[in-house]
Design a protein around this ligand. Sequence first.
Ligand code: AMP
Ligand code: ZN
Length: 460
Amino acid sequence: MYVCGPTVYDETHVGHARTYIAFDIIRRYLEYLGYNVIYVLNITDIDDKIINRANEEGVPWIDISSYYTKRFLEDMRALYIKEASIYPKVTEHVEDIVEFIRVLMERGYAYEANGSVYFSVDKIPDYGSFSKQRIEDLIAGARVSIDPNKKNPLDFALWKAWKPKEPWWKSPWGPGRPGWHIECVVMATKYLGELFDIHGGGQDLIFPHHENEVAIARAYFGDDKFARYWLHTGLLTIKGEKMSKSLHNIIPVKDVLKKYSAEAFRLYIASAHYRKQLDFSLDAIAQYERVLDTLYTAHDYLVSLIKESISSLDELMEKESISAGDNDIVVKVNKLKDEFISYMNNDFSTPKALSTLLQFAKYIISLASEHEDISRDTLIILYTEYIKMARVFGVLNERKPPYDLEKLVNELLSLILEIRNYFRRQKAWDIADNIRERLNKLGILINDTKYRTLWRWSRS
Ligand code: AMP
Ligand code: ZN
């Protein structure tokens, strides 16, 4: 998979997060099915926006791009987005891009003008068909700002000639820097080959970015190469407008995470189909904290049942095979699994798949409270299938108890001793003795002194 990455000149906002969480879920689902996914996410670390920001702030452009690259990766981690297999940066691929442009020129698809190089869209017979647009409409749109270097107003820059106060790299056409569209073609095919499975990005990239990527790829590799499937995420809007820096309506990811957990935010994103527009509401995330709580409840109940039934969870996870388990429960688990797969196979319908996961959680909670005897093997089947399904959504990452165990042991022991002393005052000696013996077996020795009950660990 190749997903168009961010241009690193500002904080990651929830619109970006929507796109990257959606693709993270798609990637996780493919892995759930057993595919080995190579996930490439580029970093556009040189661009007009980065240069403008650096000039505004009076700092070198590289400070802007390296700072926001770091911030982007921190936000991705905070959102439990799995690391990409590789994060290629444009500035580390300039030589590859130059060579690619050279070949395009040699084959007559590109021309040089005043130190810049342009792609000639006239060489692609049905240019515009990818984004389903009429060429006449496109030309009318492009006429707004005519660049005298271009032979056709729809031609686009592959290489931009150097201008004062801009960074530059060497090329046969003089100093300059790469254009945006070619970067993605070069980096995608460098790491994934000339034919790969999925190319993703937000719907705002369909034109001109992806139309132009396709034009370049057809010129270089031929008509039936490049991406097999194109997936576009619907835009995240706020009061009906696209969330974007230029509209001054962005909400940074870090602000959302001050109020809500990353996992609830992920569920909120998953509750809308990836292709649909999603109008953002901070308050709507609250209800997914409750959904998340149900998911954790099922998990915690299951873990405590498993711990009751075995001495070590690790030991059991290493067991080679699992017996069939309780038939009715296994049948139900398989039904939930099939349902989940059929929803996800239908263009990754996460809203429906999420309702299946929630049903699974409620089923586990009802089993835990109502089912008298569940075999170990059945518990393990429930646990593994449930966790695998939850993992597709990138939730239940916090599976360790959220507290200090040593402190908890101390406090629970005080509570037990308090209850025992209550029974002693009631002269219920048999209960008090029984508690003492049970604690003894756990290696805790207790001593009733005049003023208080003391305890210590047994050393023998
Ligand atoms: P950018 O840094 O603007 O190039 O965007 C990086 C990625 O985030 C691209 O795939 C965009 O399509 C996507 N993106 C940007 N804004 C939004 C938004 N408001 N909703 C959904 N995706 C977005
Ligand atoms: Zn791209």
